[in-house]
Design a protein around this ligand. Sequence first.
Ligand code: ZN
Length: 253
Amino acid sequence: MHTLKPQVYILLFLILQSCKEAPKLENKPTKNSEKTEIPENIENIVPDTISKHTLTDIPEPTKSLPAKPAKANSKSWSELTSNEGFILDLKYASTDNFTKKQIYDCARCYMRPEAAEQLRLIRDELKEKYGYGIRIFDCYRPGPYQQRLWDIVPDPNYVTPPNKGSMHSRGLAIDLTLTDKSGRDLDMGTPFDFFGKEAHHGYAAHTDAVKRHRWILRSTMEKYGFGSIRTEWWHYSFKNKSYALDQWVWPCE
Ligand SMILES: [Zn+2]
Protein backbone atom coordinates (compact mmCIF):
# COMPACT_ATOMS: atom_id res chain seq x y z
CA MET A 1 0.00 0.00 0.00
CA HIS A 2 1.24 3.46 -0.75
CA THR A 3 1.71 6.18 1.85
CA LEU A 4 -0.23 9.43 1.69
CA LYS A 5 1.72 12.67 1.72
CA PRO A 6 1.29 14.96 4.76
CA GLN A 7 -0.42 17.62 2.59
CA VAL A 8 -3.05 15.07 1.64
CA TYR A 9 -3.81 14.33 5.29
CA ILE A 10 -4.16 18.04 5.92
CA LEU A 11 -6.53 18.37 2.96
CA LEU A 12 -8.56 15.38 4.14
CA PHE A 13 -8.66 16.79 7.65
CA LEU A 14 -10.03 20.10 6.35
CA ILE A 15 -12.61 18.38 4.17
CA LEU A 16 -13.74 16.06 6.91
CA GLN A 17 -13.80 18.81 9.53
CA SER A 18 -16.22 20.78 7.41
CA CYS A 19 -18.30 17.64 6.94
CA LYS A 20 -18.21 16.54 10.55
CA GLU A 21 -21.95 16.82 11.07
CA ALA A 22 -22.69 14.40 8.25
CA PRO A 23 -23.94 10.96 9.25
CA LYS A 24 -21.70 7.96 9.25
CA LEU A 25 -21.33 6.03 6.02
CA GLU A 26 -20.28 2.56 6.97
CA ASN A 27 -19.33 2.74 10.61
CA LYS A 28 -21.40 -0.24 11.52
CA PRO A 29 -21.02 -2.53 14.49
CA THR A 30 -20.47 -6.18 13.64
CA LYS A 31 -22.77 -9.10 14.46
CA ASN A 32 -26.43 -8.59 15.15
CA SER A 33 -26.89 -4.86 14.99
CA GLU A 34 -26.08 -2.53 12.12
CA LYS A 35 -27.57 0.47 13.87
CA THR A 36 -25.36 3.52 13.78
CA GLU A 37 -25.63 6.19 16.44
CA ILE A 38 -26.25 9.53 14.78
CA PRO A 39 -25.93 12.79 16.73
CA GLU A 40 -29.06 14.74 17.54
CA ASN A 41 -28.05 17.69 15.36
CA ILE A 42 -28.20 15.46 12.30
CA GLU A 43 -31.49 17.07 11.29
CA ASN A 44 -29.63 20.33 10.62
CA ILE A 45 -27.09 19.10 8.13
CA VAL A 46 -26.91 20.17 4.53
CA PRO A 47 -27.99 17.13 2.50
CA ASP A 48 -25.28 16.73 -0.12
CA THR A 49 -22.45 17.92 2.09
CA ILE A 50 -19.83 15.61 0.69
CA SER A 51 -20.59 16.08 -2.98
CA LYS A 52 -20.00 19.81 -2.56
CA HIS A 53 -16.33 19.12 -1.86
CA THR A 54 -13.84 18.24 -4.52
CA LEU A 55 -11.61 15.29 -3.86
CA THR A 56 -9.40 15.93 -6.87
CA ASP A 57 -6.19 16.32 -4.87
CA ILE A 58 -6.56 12.91 -3.32
CA PRO A 59 -4.22 10.28 -4.80
CA GLU A 60 -5.39 7.58 -7.13
CA PRO A 61 -6.26 4.29 -5.43
CA THR A 62 -3.52 1.73 -5.11
CA LYS A 63 -3.21 -0.44 -8.20
CA SER A 64 -1.85 -3.63 -6.72
CA LEU A 65 -3.94 -5.72 -4.38
CA PRO A 66 -2.49 -7.80 -1.56
CA ALA A 67 -4.95 -10.60 -2.37
CA LYS A 68 -4.57 -11.95 -5.89
CA PRO A 69 -7.83 -12.23 -7.85
CA ALA A 70 -8.92 -15.86 -8.07
CA LYS A 71 -11.85 -17.81 -9.44
CA ALA A 72 -14.83 -17.94 -7.10
CA ASN A 73 -15.37 -21.01 -4.98
CA SER A 74 -19.00 -21.80 -5.76
CA LYS A 75 -19.54 -23.22 -2.28
CA SER A 76 -18.55 -19.88 -0.76
CA TRP A 77 -19.92 -17.41 -3.29
CA SER A 78 -22.86 -16.94 -5.64
CA GLU A 79 -22.80 -14.31 -8.39
CA LEU A 80 -25.86 -12.22 -9.23
CA THR A 81 -25.81 -11.30 -12.93
CA SER A 82 -27.74 -9.30 -15.49
CA ASN A 83 -28.62 -12.58 -17.23
CA GLU A 84 -30.78 -13.36 -14.21
CA GLY A 85 -32.67 -10.09 -14.55
CA PHE A 86 -30.75 -7.91 -12.09
CA ILE A 87 -29.54 -4.50 -13.26
CA LEU A 88 -25.91 -4.18 -12.18
CA ASP A 89 -24.79 -0.62 -11.49
CA LEU A 90 -21.86 -1.11 -9.14
CA LYS A 91 -20.91 2.43 -8.22
CA TYR A 92 -17.49 1.56 -6.77
CA ALA A 93 -16.48 -0.01 -10.09
CA SER A 94 -16.82 3.46 -11.64
CA THR A 95 -15.93 7.00 -10.64
CA ASP A 96 -19.63 7.68 -9.98
CA ASN A 97 -19.35 7.38 -6.20
CA PHE A 98 -18.70 9.76 -3.32
CA THR A 99 -14.90 9.39 -3.57
CA LYS A 100 -14.96 10.11 -7.35
CA LYS A 101 -12.38 7.30 -7.66
CA GLN A 102 -12.76 3.83 -9.14
CA ILE A 103 -12.33 1.39 -6.25
CA TYR A 104 -13.18 -1.99 -7.85
CA ASP A 105 -11.21 -3.17 -10.90
CA CYS A 106 -14.43 -4.41 -12.50
CA ALA A 107 -18.13 -4.68 -11.70
CA ARG A 108 -19.26 -8.02 -10.32
CA CYS A 109 -21.84 -8.79 -7.68
CA TYR A 110 -21.02 -11.68 -5.38
CA MET A 111 -22.94 -12.63 -2.24
CA ARG A 112 -22.85 -15.54 0.18
CA PRO A 113 -25.00 -18.34 -1.29
CA GLU A 114 -27.70 -18.15 1.40
CA ALA A 115 -28.17 -14.42 0.81
CA ALA A 116 -28.04 -14.70 -2.99
CA GLU A 117 -30.70 -17.40 -2.96
CA GLN A 118 -33.07 -15.10 -1.06
CA LEU A 119 -32.31 -12.21 -3.40
CA ARG A 120 -33.47 -14.32 -6.34
CA LEU A 121 -36.74 -14.96 -4.51
CA ILE A 122 -37.03 -11.23 -3.79
CA ARG A 123 -36.43 -10.46 -7.50
CA ASP A 124 -39.24 -12.89 -8.42
CA GLU A 125 -41.70 -11.53 -5.87
CA LEU A 126 -41.11 -7.88 -6.80
CA LYS A 127 -41.64 -8.72 -10.45
CA GLU A 128 -44.76 -10.81 -9.94
CA LYS A 129 -46.47 -8.61 -7.36
CA TYR A 130 -45.53 -5.14 -8.59
CA GLY A 131 -43.84 -5.47 -11.99
CA TYR A 132 -40.68 -4.01 -10.44
CA GLY A 133 -37.00 -4.77 -11.07
CA ILE A 134 -33.87 -4.43 -8.94
CA ARG A 135 -30.86 -2.18 -9.58
CA ILE A 136 -27.82 -3.18 -7.52
CA PHE A 137 -25.27 -0.59 -6.35
CA ASP A 138 -22.95 -2.73 -4.21
CA CYS A 139 -22.61 -6.32 -2.98
CA TYR A 140 -19.65 -8.17 -1.46
CA ARG A 141 -16.76 -5.76 -0.93
CA PRO A 142 -13.41 -7.61 -0.68
CA GLY A 143 -11.07 -6.66 2.18
CA PRO A 144 -8.44 -5.25 -0.22
CA TYR A 145 -11.06 -2.99 -1.81
CA GLN A 146 -12.18 -1.83 1.63
CA GLN A 147 -8.51 -0.96 2.16
CA ARG A 148 -8.51 1.11 -1.04
CA LEU A 149 -11.53 3.05 0.21
CA TRP A 150 -9.81 3.59 3.54
CA ASP A 151 -6.63 4.78 1.81
CA ILE A 152 -8.67 7.48 0.07
CA VAL A 153 -10.88 8.46 3.01
CA PRO A 154 -9.13 7.29 6.22
CA ASP A 155 -11.85 8.49 8.56
CA PRO A 156 -14.17 6.11 10.45
CA ASN A 157 -16.98 8.65 10.15
CA TYR A 158 -17.21 7.82 6.45
CA VAL A 159 -15.54 4.48 5.80
CA THR A 160 -15.36 1.39 7.98
CA PRO A 161 -11.73 0.66 8.92
CA PRO A 162 -10.61 -2.47 7.03
CA ASN A 163 -9.78 -4.38 10.20
CA LYS A 164 -13.27 -3.77 11.55
CA GLY A 165 -15.02 -4.47 8.26
CA SER A 166 -18.63 -4.04 7.26
CA MET A 167 -21.37 -6.51 6.41
CA HIS A 168 -20.40 -5.91 2.77
CA SER A 169 -16.97 -7.43 3.46
CA ARG A 170 -18.70 -10.49 4.93
CA GLY A 171 -20.65 -10.99 1.69
CA LEU A 172 -23.94 -10.41 3.47
CA ALA A 173 -24.89 -6.81 2.63
CA ILE A 174 -26.34 -5.39 -0.56
CA ASP A 175 -27.18 -1.84 -1.67
CA LEU A 176 -30.10 -1.71 -4.09
CA THR A 177 -33.10 0.17 -5.39
CA LEU A 178 -36.31 -0.56 -7.30
CA THR A 179 -36.97 0.08 -10.99
CA ASP A 180 -40.10 -0.03 -13.10
CA LYS A 181 -40.42 -2.76 -15.69
CA SER A 182 -38.46 -0.65 -18.22
CA GLY A 183 -35.51 -0.40 -15.82
CA ARG A 184 -36.13 3.21 -14.80
CA ASP A 185 -35.40 3.99 -11.16
CA LEU A 186 -38.39 4.53 -8.91
CA ASP A 187 -38.32 7.70 -6.81
CA MET A 188 -36.75 6.84 -3.45
CA GLY A 189 -36.38 10.45 -2.31
CA THR A 190 -32.57 10.62 -2.61
CA PRO A 191 -29.83 9.05 -4.72
CA PHE A 192 -27.62 6.20 -3.44
CA ASP A 193 -24.96 7.27 -0.87
CA PHE A 194 -26.78 10.48 -0.07
CA PHE A 195 -25.48 11.73 3.30
CA GLY A 196 -28.43 13.48 4.83
CA LYS A 197 -31.62 13.06 6.77
CA GLU A 198 -33.65 12.61 3.58
CA ALA A 199 -32.00 9.19 3.19
CA HIS A 200 -33.29 8.03 6.59
CA HIS A 201 -36.16 5.58 6.70
CA GLY A 202 -37.93 7.77 9.22
CA TYR A 203 -37.83 11.01 7.21
CA ALA A 204 -41.47 12.10 7.19
CA ALA A 205 -41.56 14.82 4.50
CA HIS A 206 -41.23 12.58 1.44
CA THR A 207 -44.12 12.16 -0.98
CA ASP A 208 -46.52 9.25 -0.60
CA ALA A 209 -44.97 7.68 -3.70
CA VAL A 210 -41.48 7.71 -2.15
CA LYS A 211 -42.82 6.26 1.09
CA ARG A 212 -44.64 3.54 -0.80
CA HIS A 213 -41.56 2.59 -2.86
CA ARG A 214 -39.39 2.40 0.23
CA TRP A 215 -42.02 0.37 2.05
CA ILE A 216 -42.26 -2.13 -0.81
CA LEU A 217 -38.49 -2.58 -0.88
CA ARG A 218 -38.15 -2.79 2.90
CA SER A 219 -41.07 -5.11 3.57
CA THR A 220 -39.99 -7.47 0.80
CA MET A 221 -36.37 -7.54 1.95
CA GLU A 222 -37.42 -8.16 5.55
CA LYS A 223 -39.74 -10.97 4.51
CA TYR A 224 -36.70 -12.81 3.12
CA GLY A 225 -34.40 -12.26 6.09
CA PHE A 226 -32.70 -8.95 5.34
CA GLY A 227 -32.50 -6.14 7.91
CA SER A 228 -32.31 -2.41 7.28
CA ILE A 229 -30.37 0.39 8.94
CA ARG A 230 -31.98 3.64 9.99
CA THR A 231 -29.91 6.03 7.90
CA GLU A 232 -29.62 4.37 4.46
CA TRP A 233 -32.76 3.36 2.55
CA TRP A 234 -30.65 1.37 0.03
CA HIS A 235 -28.66 -0.82 2.48
CA TYR A 236 -29.79 -4.29 3.61
CA SER A 237 -27.92 -7.11 5.28
CA PHE A 238 -28.82 -10.75 5.61
CA LYS A 239 -29.51 -11.74 9.20
CA ASN A 240 -29.93 -15.51 9.11
CA LYS A 241 -26.30 -16.48 8.69
CA SER A 242 -22.95 -15.01 9.71
CA TYR A 243 -19.59 -15.09 7.99
CA ALA A 244 -16.14 -13.72 8.75
CA LEU A 245 -14.62 -10.79 6.86
CA ASP A 246 -13.15 -12.03 3.59
CA GLN A 247 -10.16 -11.05 1.47
CA TRP A 248 -11.10 -12.89 -1.72
CA VAL A 249 -11.08 -10.68 -4.84
CA TRP A 250 -13.01 -11.66 -7.97
CA PRO A 251 -11.23 -11.92 -11.31
CA CYS A 252 -11.97 -9.44 -14.09
CA GLU A 253 -11.23 -11.43 -17.23
ZN1 ZN B 1 -24.37 -0.81 2.03
